[in-house]
Design a protein around this ligand. Structure first.
Ligand SMILES: Nc1ncnc2c1ncn2[C@@H]1O[C@H](COP(=O)(O)OP(=O)(O)O)[C@@H](O)[C@H]1O
Ligand SMILES: [Mg+2]
Length: 256
């Protein structure tokens, strides 16, 4: 922003920098305990971004801030150059989907889960829309009228992704989405995420698996003790540190 613009106040509520999500000096505290410490980082527009760091380093908290399930104690976050506090929460959650570690679904049918989000916005998904959503997550069309309780964990997690996609988001956040899945379900979900990324949906994934980080991500944000340590390409990260150092980064924080 130049002085002229700032004197006019025209750019108030706009972050000039081009990034899907930008953090500017973000802190998050609970009971005077600082969990996120002065994080400033720009998420890249292209590719799959991984968030890694030892258990307890603040990865899930960072995702919750991005989805505004919690709000920063201080500092600012922007979505496509708009500051978070200028975007209605419901709209923000429509534009940024969140898939948690465990499938989070109503105990009804797949159809009920997929039609709910759009119905809030007055949109009725057609049968074709629903089939397309199932195709995206590699589930057969006949699953539409199955009850959630009759699906496997991997299938339920794919429905969770499809449910997020039903809102047509720009960004999909995933918090260790495959940690409770078998290896085949994990592969299917990773394939889905790669395809979505090619369809211009920005994927940001918290992972505690070194192998998944290697297979799936293009860039990494590395956290430790609530602090942002670095952002690198995945390739550079694996060149820069040796195997033993990297295994250390994925372990628990000391004193836990
Ligand atoms: N609601 C909460 N109340 C108190 N402490 C919390 C809360 N949420 C997270 N924490 C603490 O913040 C730290 C980071 O947690 P989290 O973001 O879940 O880490 P990660 O996902 O990297 O394992 C941990 O020490 C955790 O105990
Ligand atoms: Mg976590």
């Amino acid at each position: 922003m130049n002085e002229y613009q700032s004197s006019l106040g025209h750019t108030q509520g706009i972050n000039d920098e081009d990034c899907p999500i930008c953090f500017q000096n973000v802190n998050f505290e609970i009971n005077s305990n600082r969990i996120i410490k002065d994080i400033s980082v720009k998420i890249d527009r292209k590719g799959i971004t991984g968030i890694i760091g030892p258990s307890g380093s603040g990865k899930s908290t960072l995702l919750r801030l991005m989805n505004r399930l919690i709000s920063a104690t201080s500092g600012k976050i922007s979505l496509d150059s708009e500051w978070y506090d200028t975007i209605p929460v419901r709209e923000l959650r429509k534009r940024i989907g969140l898939v948690q570690q465990r499938p989070y679904l109503f105990p009804e049918t797949v159809r009920d889960n997929l039609t709910y989000g759009p119905s809030i916005w007055g949109i009725n998904l057609t049968e074709k829309d629903l089939f397309e959503l199932l195709d995206k997550v590699a589930l057969p069309h006949e699953f539409l009228d199955r009850k959630i309780e009759n699906l496997s964990g991997g299938e339920q997690q794919r429905v969770s992704v499809a449910r997020s996609l039903s809102n047509n988001p720009d960004i999909l956040l995933l918090d260790e989405p495959t940690s409770a899945l078998d290896i085949v379900s994990e592969e299917i979900l990773e394939d889905t995420l790669r395809k979505l990324s090619q369809e211009e949906i920005k994927i940001i994934i918290v992972t505690h698996s070194l192998e998944q980080t290697k297979r799936l991500t293009d860039q990494l944000l590395f956290l430790k003790g609530g602090e942002f340590i670095e952002k690198t390409s995945t390739k550079e990260f694996f060149q820069k540190y040796n195997e033993e150092e990297i295994r250390g980064f994925f372990k628990k924080e000391k004193g836990e």
